[in-house]
Design a protein around this ligand. Structure first.
Ligand code: SF4
Ligand code: SF4
Length: 127
């Protein structure tokens, strides 16, 4: 029985077209919910650093002193976690895949607003 199942599967494979494509020579199939790459809009960022904390691959680095927001595309696994987390919706997911590159690079964006540090708590007087 196992033999016939195997022959059936082999024949199906011969008849049907392959499930894979020769990417990037052949354009990848996309849908409206395809995850291509993360897009950042620095004008809406409030430097809360939630995206950095939620990123499972440490692809995002927020530097408040340098007023910069960076993403390492080689580290990003396009999980959408940062997009879901961002409270101001300045992160979005584009369906366009990034072009293949051979050199490692980090994309750096400038942010305009930097969240002020929390005021230090005053010690309560002891009784
Ligand atoms: S999509 Fe996922 S892996 Fe990529 S930067 Fe956002 S949280 Fe990190
Ligand atoms: S991109 Fe969004 S989540 Fe990340 S620091 Fe800016 S406002 Fe916060």
């Amino acid at each position: 029985m196992v033999f016939f199942e195997m022959v059936k599967t082999a024949l199906k494979t011969v008849i049907h077209r392959p499930a894979t494509i020769l990417y990037p020579a052949q354009a990848a199939k996309k849908t409206p919910i395809s995850r291509g790459h993360v897009v950042f809009d620095g004008s809406k960022c409030i430097s809360c650093s939630l995206c950095q904390r939620k990123c499972p691959s440490q692809a995002i680095v927020l530097d408040k002193e340098a007023k910069s927001w960076q993403i390492d595309r080689f580290r990003c696994v396009v999980c959408n976690s940062c997009v879901d987390t961002c409270p101001t919706k300045c992160l979005s997911m584009d369906t366009q895949y990034t072009a293949p590159v051979s050199v490692r690079g980090v994309e750096v964006f400038t942010i305009t607003y930097v969240k002020p540090p929390k005021p230090e708590k005053k010690d309560e007087p002891k009784q």
